[in-house]
Write a protein that binds this ligand. Structure first.
Ligand code: GAL
Length: 330
């Protein structure tokens, strides 16, 4: 009887565990269109991510009008990183007359939460139609998926500023990195405490190297900066560098992935920390030009070990956000 009870409870436990895990594993299929929970194609290119409590938010460019000109920054929400619900077009031409100006281009929006002000702060690449403006733009909102208010747009420290990213360190210090000097140099800036302005130019990286599409990560006490080359919408060889501190010393650039980064360009690195482990996801854009509305998202688990990063092609794989784990498709 005792052994029967034991067997029954063990069986129930096993069943529960298998079902529980099955529910938690979600499948990422690279190279296909990705639809939201309403069945519409997700429009969040050049995207950035932020986790608030147990929800991930995805901000990115709406290219559904099939042009590079500004239509909207969209916000989606998900708990499992695969099923995304459209929340709101948080920045549109109606937000501010400067955003409605003819030829406006807004790219690579990224959002951080500022604990001191209780505001969500968005930084973006602010452009004119021929990419001559080369500015950064800043917007803010009291709610993550509300209407953002434009704060400012300018050239940081009078530097040109194109492809960009935003990064929040463990101590709350925030950094903005962007391609400067006609994209020849990459500059990292420290932001003011409210995240609404530049405090200080921290470091200028690889002058003359023409790196774009920056994405920052900190893991194991080390900073990683992933970048693409500068070939417009066409893919090229991604490279990364590491440093023990944001101001360096930064290592030389090392190739990662194949010669066209599996037909993608970096946009963000998501650390998925769960109960068991942490999976780090490389998020890239597979741009389609012409036909920008059909651009796809390429997400791959990053392998990081002993201060080195590696990226392999996985057409189908699975993520479990609760556990922080990934596996090949079952
Ligand atoms: C890419 C850049 C994109 C977009 C594009 C326009 O190099 O990463 O965000 O600006 O050029 O040609």
């Amino acid at each position: 009887m005792r052994s029967l009870n034991y067997l029954l409870s063990f069986g129930c436990l096993a069943l529960f565990t298998v079902n529980g895990l099955a529910r938690d594993w979600q499948t990422i299929v690279n190279g296909e269109y990705w639809e939201d929970t309403d069945g519409a194609r997700i429009q969040a290119h050049g995207g950035g991510f932020i986790k608030v409590e147990d929800t991930y938010y995805w901000f990115g460019e709406d290219k559904s009008h099939n042009r590079h000109l500004f239509k909207a920054v969209n916000c989606y929400a998900s708990q499992d990183l695969v099923n995304w619900t459209f929340r709101h077009a948080v920045l549109t031409p109606a937000t501010h007359p400067d955003l409605a100006a003819a030829g406006r281009v807004i790219e690579r929006p990224k959002v951080l939460y500022n604990e001191q002000t209780g505001q969500f702060v968005m930084w973006m690449h602010w452009e004119s139609s021929n990419y001559g403006a080369a500015e950064c733009g800043i917007a803010r909102s009291g709610t993550i998926d509300g209407d953002y208010e434009l704060v400012a747009h300018f050239r940081p420290n009078d530097n040109m500023s194109r492809d960009c990213t935003l990064f929040r360190d463990d101590d709350g210090t925030a950094y903005f990195a962007s391609a400067a000097n006609e994209n020849a140099d990459m500059i990292i800036y420290r932001l003011t405490d409210d995240y609404l302005d530049i405090q200080e130019q921290v470091v200028t990286l690889w002058p003359g190297s023409y790196r774009e599409a920056p994405a920052l990560l900190k893991t194991g006490g080390m900073y990683y900066l992933f970048t693409s080359g500068a070939t417009g919408w066409d893919p090229n060889q991604a490279k990364y560098a590491t440093a023990p501190a944001m101001d360096g010393p930064w290592s030389a650039l090392t190739d990662i992935g194949d010669h066209i980064t599996f037909d993608s360009q970096s946009t963000y690195i998501i650390p998925v920390a769960g109960t068991d482990t942490t999976t780090i996801i490389f998020c890239g854009d597979r741009w389609q030009d012409p036909d920008l509305q059909s651009s796809k998202y390429i997400w791959l688990p990053l392998h990081i070990e002993d201060g080195k990063a590696a990226l392999s092609w996985r057409r189908i794989w699975q993520i479990n956000t609760a556990a922080g784990a990934w596996r090949m498709s079952q």
